[in-house]
Design a binder for this molecule. Structure first.
Ligand code: CA
Length: 238
């Protein structure tokens, strides 16, 4: 059975989340402070951890930072404010997803499923295996990037991208599932940012998404995270 650790000091939220996850077939354990949660998840990493940011005894950021020295299991951060996500993304802590409060429990369960699916892939003992979703593991399945000539193809179809679109595709697709804020994309995907606004990124993403969709319409490759940014969604291997 898939085990999920819930680290949340607000009893009401924890109990609703616990009910929904159990109903969805997951086994849950609940921690109300950061320090005891860290000890438990390092000693025996669950299949996934839901980690609140504001916690007594040790905050969620510190728990995540320390946990990452020992375990790569998927961790979803629960944050109180959408503005906080931008700050957290900048810290590059290695969380697998962020969910803002208040959230619908149904949406949370969907995100848990998506993260588990995405991180299931090949065992961590086989880095670089086809379909691996680990950071830096290479191009997404079916996607070929030619970094020298800024050319890309998806499932054999040339994408015909502008340099901006290519830069975005490079950053997003090489970190499947990771959410990038517009500010971060501006930093990473654009070598020359003088004339680029964060709004311009939206239109570049829109064009990129349209071109990806034309080449492989059965999948939505780029996920918009409302108020936050964008993430690459690799299709689930058949
Ligand atoms: Ca809290």
């Amino acid at each position: 059975m898939t085990r999920i650790a819930i680290v949340e000091d607000e009893a009401d939220i924890a109990s609703v989340v616990q009910d929904y996850l159990r109903h969805a077939g997951y086994e849950t354990t609940h921690f109300t402070d950061g320090r005891s949660a860290l000890e438990a998840i390092v000693a025996a990493p669950p299949d996934l951890t839901l980690l609140d940011v504001m916690l007594p005894r040790m905050d969620g950021i510190e728990v995540l930072r320390r946990a990452r020295e020992h375990t790569a299991h998927p961790i979803i951060m629960l944050t109180a404010r959408i503005e906080e996500v931008d700050r957290l993304l900048g810290l590059e802590l290695g969380a697998d997803d962020y969910v803002c409060k208040p959230f619908s429990p149904r949406e949370l369960v969907a995100r848990v499923r998506a993260v588990l699916r995405r991180t299931a892939g090949p065992a961590s003992g086989s880095p670089g295996a086809p379909g691996s979703t680990a950071d830096g593991a290479g191009d997404a399945p079916g996607l070929v990037l030619d970094d020298v000539h800024w050319r890309a193809s998806l499932e054999g179809t040339p994408l015909n991208l502008t340099r901006r679109e290519f830069g975005l595709l490079q950053v997003l697709s090489r970190h499947p599932g990771r959410i990038f804020s517009r500010a971060r994309l501006l930093e990473l995907a654009y070598d020359d940012t003088v004339d680029v606004t964060e709004r311009a990124i939206d239109s570049h993403v829109k064009n990129l998404r349209r071109k990806l969709g034309a080449a492989a319409p059965e999948h939505d490759w780029i996920r918009s995270v409302y108020g936050v940014g964008f993430a690459w969604e690799a299709p689930v291997p058949a």
